[in-house]
Design a protein around this ligand. Structure first.
Ligand code: GLP
Length: 256
């Protein structure tokens, strides 16, 4: 794991944006895994401003709520079109988001896995992290080998996401999410976390044991995982000074 600590969310985002932009320039037909939530918003804004060419890019989103109409303002379909897709030149047919209204949810999940395989696998997966360490919507105790499937949200996640819905009761209880096994197959993982409320989950994920209780901790087993943090999200890392030193002293040829 490479831990990149910057003073602010903006600075951490600009490191992440450079990584994504480089991939899109080097591989115009890249397959990108995308995330929702407040964390990647700055990244999407930065990528829009970079005016990259998305014509041959394929995207796969991590997750979607079950039962919310696609045009509901809080569906992840709406989120992605509003905050990224409508501002870039990606063809609609290259966008993949799980269908939370499918009549056959298990069939839809299996088809999603197949579409990822058919696309050649995900080159770079963007991730946020829940306050309980979830990635995608893989809540604590999710199998570390899981594939795209239905999950039930924890009360904590519904509480965290209530800010988007008005009340906790309005947050759907079920979701479709890529599995942890699916995420681990991405060739590169890039996790972003900002703010005090992520500090504990990040410390556990980066420096704690690998455990289903903090699903993001599995990234310790990924051969190419980067974690971009602001100072607040890094506040509980015991080896923060070491990570800062490593990043500041990277040989030029290694720097992004
Ligand atoms: C949501 C999403 C995750 C996201 C996380 C954190 O529930 N399913 O992909 O990383 O919660 O969200 P935020 O970035 O708003 O803190």
């Amino acid at each position: 794991m490479e831990i990149i600590i910057q003073a602010t969310p903006e600075a951490a985002t600009s490191v992440a944006a450079r990584i994504v932009a480089r991939l899109l320039r080097e591989k115009p037909n890249a397959v990108l895994g995308l995330a929702t939530g407040s964390t990647p918003l700055l990244l999407y804004r930065a990528l829009i401003d970079m005016k990259l060419d998305w014509r041959r890019v394929t995207t796969f989103n991590l997750d979607e709520y079950i039962g919310l109409p696609q045009d509901h303002p809080q569906s992840y379909h709406s989120f992605m079109w509003e905050n990224l897709f409508r501002h870039i030149n990606i063809p609609k047919e290259n966008v993949n988001i799980p269908d939370g209204n499918a009549s056959d949810i298990p069939g839809c999940c299996a088809a999603y896995e197949q579409r990822i395989r058919d696309a050649g696998g995900i080159d770079l997966q963007i991730l946020g992290i829940g306050t309980d360490g979830h990635i995608g919507f893989n809540e604590p105790t999710s199998s570390l080998a899981s594939r795209t499937r239905i999950k039930t949200l924890t009360p904590q996640t519904r509480k965290d996401n209530a800010r988007f819905f008005g009340s906790e009761a309005d947050v759907p209880g079920h979701v479709i999410t890529m599995g942890i096994g699916t995420i681990m197959e991405a060739r590169q993982n890039l996790m972003l976390a900002f703010g005090n409320n992520k500090a504990r989950a990040i410390a556990e994920a980066v420096e704690g044991p690998i455990t289903t209780i903090n699903p993001a901790s599995i990234l310790q087993m990924h051969p190419d995982a980067k974690v971009c943090l602001d100072a607040e999200a890094a506040a509980q890392l015991k080896r923060a000074e070491y990570y800062r030193w490593v990043y500041d002293n990277k040989p030029d040829w290694q720097h992004l």
